[in-house]
Design a protein around this ligand. Structure first.
Ligand code: AMP
Length: 393
């Protein structure tokens, strides 16, 4: 058995997947798991597709568990169930590839140091992504590790979509739009081309609506516009992030409210969005449940929907029209009410909804006219596994 370990390491959690690679190099799910609460009292859970009993346990380390402890536990589990010798490589989700890392790479000492220099561009993600790489090199120095970048898919964005209207010297320093969620968009682009090759050659908008949310406009499967920018703060309203904001608000908060840059950053990343507006939760399911009796939850839902509709209009303008809209990620895949509201808000572009198909969560949720709307579940792990398998020695 050839196993690949997929890792998505955040500040307080590590999500992991185990995939087998068949003779054609295609990945298949074997297990999905996570370790949550790193730095506190971490809990490990893993579910398997091969009949192994699911794991749910509190990590016992004697001290606060680190990323290295988390990886150690994952490797111990792989060893116990399948033998470590079946592990042929690891693939990492790395949020920022900067201007130069525009496709998956085999990670080594030199390129890891280059990636570490990008930390100021993604301070809340990059150090944790790289902590997992460092830890795995310590634990298994000879295991090939591959990095896949969330920015890479957007390397095809034209300069007019990429640059801010800032002085040229700043643009040359890399202060520009990069775009994110690229691993998800890359997966969806390929999945859509396999399902509907003709339409995939046209103008496609993908709405990745999860706790993080963005839109990508594609032409012929390539990214030409993305609502996220220099950071993953830009664009749509999200679970805990504000999305697009007049930058003057930040000066005001710093000058008049005496907030530090760190305090503003924390507020914009983790205390805003659905959570900030509702004062209740960043979880769409909770807001849907509470909305009938809670005007703040209702407003949060209405604002989220409004922002999606408004930004789709902007992306459609950049594409000079739209042939397909694809919903994906936690909210996009599961919230049929949100999809219905968005499509109703896009009647002016020619979209109509097939209510039954939407409620059943079919792949095609509108009449198959132009434009048409789809729901395609994302699978970032499968894309990383495939990229990893092609780069293994
Ligand atoms: P993700 O970041 O892609 O895992 O998506 C997380 C978001 O998806 C959270 O806001 C969840 O509340 C939302 N979500 C998951 N399942 C559902 C569902 N059945 N209905 C509405 N939202 C959902």
């Amino acid at each position: 058995m050839r196993l690949i370990l997929i890792l998505n390491a955040g500040s307080s959690s590590v999500k992991c997947a185990l995939m087998t690679i068949d003779d054609q190099g295609e990945p298949h799910d074997l297990a999905r798991g996570s370790i949550d609460g790193i730095g506190q009292s971490a809990e490990f859970s893993m579910r398997f597709t091969d009949g192994q009993p699911a794991i749910k346990e509190v990590m016992a380390t004697g001290s606060t568990p680190s990323h290295k402890d988390a990886l150690g536990l994952i490797l111990k589990t792989v060893d116990r169930l399948y033998g470590l010798s079946s592990l042929v490589g690891a693939g990492h989700r790395i949020v920022h590839g900067g201007p130069h890392f525009v496709k998956p790479i085999r990670l080594d000492r030199a390129n890891i140091e280059e990636l570490r220099k990008l930390t100021p561009l993604a301070p809340l993600h990059q150090p944790h992504n790289l902590a997992a790489v460092d830890s795995l090199f310590e634990l298994l120095p000879n295991l090939p590790q591959i990095g896949c970048f969330d920015t890479a898919f957007h390397a095809t964005m034209p300069v007019i979509a990429r640059n801010f209207a800032l002085p040229k010297a700043l643009t040359e320093k890399g202060i520009r739009r990069y775009g994110f969620h690229g691993i998800s968009y890359n997966y969806i682009s390929k999945a859509f081309a396999a399902r509907d090759p003709e339409r995939a050659k046209g103008r496609v908008i993908v709405a990745h609506l999860g706790n993080g949310a963005s839109l990508c406009g594609m032409i012929n499967g390539q990214s030409v516009v993305n609502t996220m920018g220099f950071s993953a703060l830009d664009g749509l309203m999200m679970g805990t992030r504000a999305g697009t904001l007049d930058p003057a608000v930040i000066f005001y908060l710093m000058r008049e409210e005496k907030m530090s840059a760190e305090a503003v950053e924390k507020m914009l990343y983790s205390q805003s969005g659905l959570l900030g507006v509702s004062g209740l939760s960043n979880d769409m399911r909770t807001l849907r449940k509470e909305a009938p009796n809670n005007p703040d939850a209702q407003l949060a839902l209405a604002m989220f929907t409004y922002r999606v509709i408004r930004e789709i209009g902007s992306v459609a303008a950049a594409l000079n029209g739209v042939d397909a809209l694809i919903f994906t990620a936690g909210i996009g895949e599961n919230d049929s009410a949100l999809r219905a509201d968005v499509i109703n808000g896009l009647n002016y572009l020619g979209f109509t909804l097939d209510h039954d198909a939407n409620n059943r969560r079919d792949i095609l949720i509108s009449p198959s006219t132009n434009p048409a709307a789809f729901v395609i579940p994302t699978n970032e792990e499968a894309l990383i596994a495939k990229a990893t398998s092609t780069l293994l020695p």
